[in-house]
Each structure stands twice: as C-alpha cells, then as structure tokens.
Ligand binder design. Structure first.
Ligand SMILES: Cc1cc2nc3c(=O)[nH]c(=O)nc-3n(C[C@H](O)[C@H](O)[C@H](O)COP(=O)(O)O)c2cc1C
Length: 195
C-alpha cells in the first residue's frame, strides 16, 4: 500500500509533518508513506486558470493523489478551521467534481495543535470537505494536543500512546483500501519518507 501524506502546515519544524513521519515509521514492510510537501506552490484557486495544462503544483498534487492507494492528511487548526493553504489545494484537487482524484479515495485525517484539543475542529471540517469531494473518509481520529511537549527537538514522537493510536488509524485506513490493492500508478515521488 502506498499512502500519500500531506501536512496542512507550511512551517519548518511542523508538528503535523512530524506526526506524518511518526506514522510512516509504523507501516508494515512493503507499505510506504510518501510526503507531498508543495502546498506553498499551489496558486490561489481561480476557475479561469482551472484548465489544461493545470498549474504545475496542481498537476503534481492531482497525480500524487491518483497514484496513491490512500491519503493521510495531518492538519493544524487555524482559527477553529482548516489552514487556508490546505483548503485551497483541496479546492483545486476537487475539480472536475465528478471525476476528481479524491473521489472514492480512502483518506484518513489526523492532526496536532499547540493547544489542548489537538485540532479537533479543523479535523472535523477537513473530513466534511473530503466527504463533499467524494472521498472515503476512514473513521479515525488522532488529535494530538500540547504538541511541543510530544516531540523532541528532532521532531521525533515521544508519546507511545499516540504511536498506538497512529498504528490503529493506519490499520483502519488499510482496511478501507482493502486486501486486493493493485500496484500504485504513476512515477515514484522523490520525497519518500519511509519504507
Ligand atoms: C493563524 C493561526 C491560527 C491558529 N488558530 C488555532 C486554533 O483555532 N486552535 C488551536 O488549537 N490552535 C490554533 N493555532 C495554533 C496551531 O494549531 C499550532 O501553531 C500548530 O501547532 C501548528 O501546527 P504545525 O506545528 O504543524 O505548524 C493557530 C495558529 C495560527 C498561526
């Protein structure tokens, strides 16, 4: 199974990016998590630009989602909602609506924030958006609050309970993908995090 990981944070040292890396380390042999980290390169959604050829980062995103068996999104919470850059990228990915690359794609949403609630509202909104796009949203929740205390200076997860919840979330996502996964299409992404 190939999972595409997307962090909703553009920040260097993002806790959500670290959460994705922690998830990658838990995958069974043969599975891999590939991170797509070009959110900052996606232009503001503009229907006038939504034509072929798509902007490069948009085309990359659509291809990466299409090639993956599943997508794992880790989001921070900005003003009780989804960071704008992530929502913007999903708006691009959601077109054309009927055949968008997220339609029927197994996805899971996790998240982390500096506050105590672990981005639960942002996660709920993100799941709503993904369902509107036709994605198959797995019933998982990993809401990691007080993020600065949960990672060491190198961004390594310190909390074994969270690690177990990530493991469970990945298992639920794998169930959503199902046993007979064909090989992922498309070229390998150079931003491979773990095998
Ligand atoms: C503009 C902005 C708005 C924020 N709003 C919230 C919020 O509503 N709720 C919350 O828990 N944290 C909020 N935060 C804190 C972020 O969730 C926190 O910085 C988070 O760790 C960022 O994720 P990252 O480490 O992956 O960059 C906000 C941060 C910013 C920059």
């Amino acid at each position: 199974m190939q999972i595409l990981g997307i962090s909703g944070s553009l920040r260097r040292g993002s806790h959500n990016a670290s959460l994705l890396r922690a998830a990658a380390e838990l995958l069974p042999n043969g599975d891999e998590l590939v991170v797509w980290d070009r959110l900052r390169d996606v232009p503001p959604y503009d229907p006038d630009l939504d034509d072929e050829p798509a902007p490069i980062a948009v085309a990359e995103l659509r291809a990466a989602v299409e090639a993956a068996d599943a997508v794992l999104l880790a989001t921070p919470e900005y003003n009780s909602s989804i960071p704008g850059a992530l929502k913007n990228a999903l708006d691009w990915a959601s077109r054309p609506h009927a055949t968008n690359v997220f339609r029927n794609k197994p996805v899971a949403v996790i998240g982390s924030s500096t506050g105590m609630f672990g981005a639960v509202w942002a996660q709920a909104e993100l799941r709503k958006v993904l369902r509107a796009m036709g994605a198959r949203v797995a019933e998982v929740e990993v809401a990691l609050g007080h993020a600065p205390e949960k990672f060491d200076d190198g961004g390594r997860l310190l909390d074994d309970d969270v690690r177990e919840r990530l493991r469970t979330a990945l298992a639920v996502l794998a169930d959503e993908v199902g046993p007979a996964t064909p090989p992922a299409r498309g070229a390998a992404n150079p931003l491979r995090v773990a095998a």
